[in-house]
Design a protein around this ligand. Structure first.
Ligand SMILES: C[S@@+](CC[C@H](N)C(=O)[O-])C[C@H]1O[C@@H](n2cnc3c(N)ncnc32)[C@H](O)[C@@H]1O
Length: 274
C-alpha cells in the first residue's frame, strides 16, 4: 500500500507592506518607501473601480518607475452601500491573503501617509482577521496636510498651539465649535461642503488666515489663499482646507516647557530650544 500523500507544507506568507508615497510629488517618497518599491515585492494598488486609474500608482509612475507587469489592482469602491462595501473589502482581503500565500512580500501603494485616513490600515486589519500570523509593516510617509502647509507657506502649529485634523463631514456646527478649541484646523475631505465652510469662515473673519489646497504635489496642484474665488466652484476629492484662528482665546498651560526652569545660557538644552 502506498503511504498517504504528505500534508502540504503551510506556505510561508510574505509580508504586507504599506508603502506611503506622499501626496503627489514623487520627490516626497521616503528612501524607505523607494527601497520597498525596488525590493522585489509584488505591487498592489487601490482603485475605486476595476481598471480605473490609481492616484498612488501615478505617483510612482511620475517618479520614473516602471510599473511591474505583475502589479495587481485591489478594488475599494467609494459607496455608502454597506453590503457592497463589505463584499468588496472581503474580496480585497481574500485576494491579498492569496497573494501573500505565494511567500512573496506585497507592497501596497498608499497615497499620502499609510496611517492617516488610509485604506491600508483597514486592509491590514481585514487580512489579519483571516490570517493572524501575517506580518504587516507600515512605512510612514508625508501626509497631504503636511505637504499642503509647506506649499501654502503656513505653519500647522507653533510653540504651544493646538491643532486638530478632522473630516469636514462632521459639519459646520462642529467645525464652528472646534475653531474655539484649536489654533489650527485641518479639514479633510471638504469637497461636498466647501461653500458652507466658506460661509462659516467669512462669518468668523477667518478667510485671510485660511488656505485651500487641491492635489498637492500633483501636476494639477492648486493653492488658493483668496477663498472667495472658490465660491460655487467644484473641487476635487483630493483637497483640504487649512484654517488658522489667531483670535482664539487660549487657556492656561498647566504643565510643559514654559514652567520648567529656564536652562542656563550656553547649556545644551538652551541651544536646542533656540
Ligand atoms: C482618504 S484620505 C487620504 C489621506 C492620506 N492618506 C494622507 O496622508 O493625507 C483623502 C483625503 O485626504 C486629503 N488629500 C489626500 N491627498 C491629497 C492631496 N494630494 N492634496 C490635497 N488633499 C489631499 C483630502 O482631504 C482627501 O479628501
Amino acid at each position: 500500500m502506498n503511504p498517504p500523500p504528505a500534508a502540504p507544507t503551510p506556505a510561508r506568507f510574505g509580508r504586507l507592506i504599506g508603502v506611503s508615497l506622499g501626496p503627489g510629488d514623487p520627490e516626497l517618497i521616503t528612501r524607505r518607501g523607494w527601497a520597498a518599491l525596488h525590493s522585489g515585492a509584488r505591487w498592489a494598488y487601490p482603485v475605486k473601480k476595476a481598471e480605473e486609474s490609481s492616484y498612488a500608482l501615478d505617483i510612482a509612475r511620475r517618479g520614473g518607475l516602471a510599473i511591474p507587469a505583475d502589479a495587481v489592482e485591489l478594488v475599494f469602491p467609494m459607496t455608502r452601500d454597506a453590503v457592497a462595501l463589505a463584499r468588496a473589502w472581503a474580496r480585497a482581503a481574500a485576494q491579498t491573503v492569496q497573494l501573500l500565500a505565494e511567500g512573496r512580500d506585497l507592497a501596497f501603494l498608499v497615497e499620502g501617509d499609510a496611517s492617516t485616513y488610509s485604506t491600508f490600515r483597514h486592509l491590514a486589519r481585514a487580512v489579519r482577521e483571516l490570517v493572524p500570523e501575517i506580518t504587516v509593516d507600515t512605512i510612514a510617509g508625508v501626509s497631504s496636510f503636511a505637504a499642503a502647509a509647506a506649499v501654502a507657506d503656513l505653519a500647522l502649529a507653533e510653540e504651544d498651539e493646538t491643532m486638530a485634523v478632522i473630516p469636514a463631514a462632521y459639519g459646520v456646527e462642529v467645525i464652528d465649535r472646534l475653531l474655539d478649541e484649536f489654533d489650527t484646523l485641518v479639514l479633510m475631505k471638504v469637497k461636498p461642503l466647501v461653500d458652507e465652510i466658506l460661509e462659516l469662515l467669512e462669518r468668523r473673519g477667518l478667510t485671510a488666515t485660511s488656505c485651500f489646497v487641491e492635489k498637492v504635489g500633483a501636476p494639477e496642484e492648486r493653492v488658493v489663499h483668496d477663498l472667495t474665488r472658490l465660491r460655487g466652484e467644484k473641487v476635487n476629492y483630493l483637497s483640504l482646507l487649512l484654517v488658522q484662528n489667531p483670535k482664539r482665546a487660549r487657556g492656561e498651560l498647566r504643565r510643559g516647557c514654559r514652567e520648567r526652569a529656564a536652562p542656563a545660557a550656553g547649556s545644551p538644552a538652551a541651544a536646542i530650544d533656540a
